[in-house]
Design a protein around this ligand. Structure first.
Ligand SMILES: NC(=O)c1ccc[n+]([C@@H]2O[C@H](COP(=O)([O-])OP(=O)(O)OC[C@H]3O[C@@H](n4cnc5c(N)ncnc54)[C@H](OP(=O)(O)O)[C@@H]3O)[C@@H](O)[C@H]2O)c1
Length: 321
């Protein structure tokens, strides 16, 4: 048996329950991981509240089909399936299990290709913070954003998971960085190294007359034309997520904006775990350190979700088990 945080109906964090359930058994191509740390992502929140038709179609129309949330995990391999070649019991691993979930538990089974070895000098807490937010930051800035030296960059939603990774990665490129978030996060953002900060509760960066060469957006709550206005000539706007309607608008009108204004509008489709090796390299050379809110205990998961839901967290909320 094992302890896990389970939910049987969509709702507020109140529907999350700590229960004793049967410990999973790995299939031939899977490993069984003793989970030491797990972080909260936007996906977990969306699947908890189940407030959109898309989520309900994916996860169950009336009740969640998978009752344990949690994708970004770090832990130690306890057992391996017959066909597993990459890992052995005792290996310390981390990775993004989005799609199969199950991380808010003492044990989880995962296909071997969804995990990477954790560097010895990286704590389980740091490792659990990295997979999704770290990948979105790398793929947003490097793959889709084509970041390069001398640029003026703006990160919208800069004080959360993706933003705090994106700042540290962007800094390596010798760029000037502006971060946008709410009042309570601005001091932390300044101390982390943002050159300029904007409080979105008081100012709208798309109407301030400033132009940026690259905008990385984790919130996408304005029109694609507003974002285009804040881009310099040949500038690139990259969204990693936000309002579905706005994302759809970016898809629809992005090519038009590119044609008329020579500005690029791009969307990141997350490639899970693709850049873990790169992040490990940055971590081991001391150039990147996850910003952790917590860690919280398994018994405190509902409270941690409440914090996440209010948007009051700084960096990544991590739960240690
Ligand atoms: N593209 C993909 O394939 C993919 C895959 C997985 C996830 N995602 C997306 O990736 C994103 C995850 O971002 P994250 O982990 O950084 O989230 P996060 O930790 O919740 O951070 C978001 C930050 O944005 C701030 N914020 C809220 N409203 C804002 C506004 N109007 N303007 C500016 N900032 C605002 C929040 O602070 P306050 O609440 O205090 O304002 C918070 O600090 C989500 O949008 C998710 O849907 C995309």
């Amino acid at each position: 048996m094992m302890k896990a945080i389970v939910y049987y109906k969509y709702g507020t964090p109140d529907v999350l329950e700590l229960k004793e359930i049967v410990k999973p058994v790995p299939k031939d191509n899977e490993v069984l991981v003793k989970v030491h740390a797990v972080s909260i992502n936007d996906w977990d929140w969306a699947l908890l509240i189940g407030d959109s038709l898309i989520i309900r179609l994916m996860s169950g129309l009336f009740a969640p089909k998978k009752q344990i949330l949690g994708s970004d995990i770090a832990g130690r391999i306890e057992a391996v399936g017959k066909k597993v070649t990459k890992f052995k019991p005792g290996d310390e691993v981390f990775g993004d299990l989005s799609g199969r979930w199950g991380g808010f538990a003492e044990y989880v089974c995962a296909p071997e290709n969804s995990l990477a070895l954790k560097p010895a000098g990286m704590s389980f807490t740091d490792a659990a913070a990295i997979p999704q937010a770290g990948m979105l930051a790398v793929q947003g800035l490097l793959d889709r954003g084509e970041i390069h030296a001398g640029q003026k960059i703006l990160i919208n939603g800069a004080g959360g998971g993706v933003g705090t990774f994106a700042l540290q990665i962007a800094k390596l490129y010798g760029v000037e960085i502006t971060g946008v978030d709410s009042t309570g996060k601005l001091d932390m953002m300044r101390s982390m190294g943002f050159d300029h900060v904007i409080d979105y509760t008081k100012e709208d960066f798309t109407k301030m007359g400033k132009r940026y060469d690259l905008i990385l957006d984790v919130k996408t709550n304005r029109s694609v034309f507003d974002y285009a206005r804040a881009l310099s000539r040949n500038g690139v706007y990259v969204t990693v997520g936000g309002s579905m309607g706005r994302l759809f608008q970016s898809l629809l009108f992005g090519p038009l904006v590119s044609m008329i204004h020579k500005k690029k509008i791009r969307i990141v489709a997350l490639k899970q775990n693709k850049d873990l090796a790169y992040i490990n390299e940055l971590f081991e050379s001391g150039r990147l350190k996850p910003v952790i809110d917590g860690p919280y205990k398994l018994e405190e998961v509902a409270e941690a979700f409440r914090l996440f839901g209010k948007g009051d967290h700084k960096g990544k909320i991590v739960i240690t088990i």
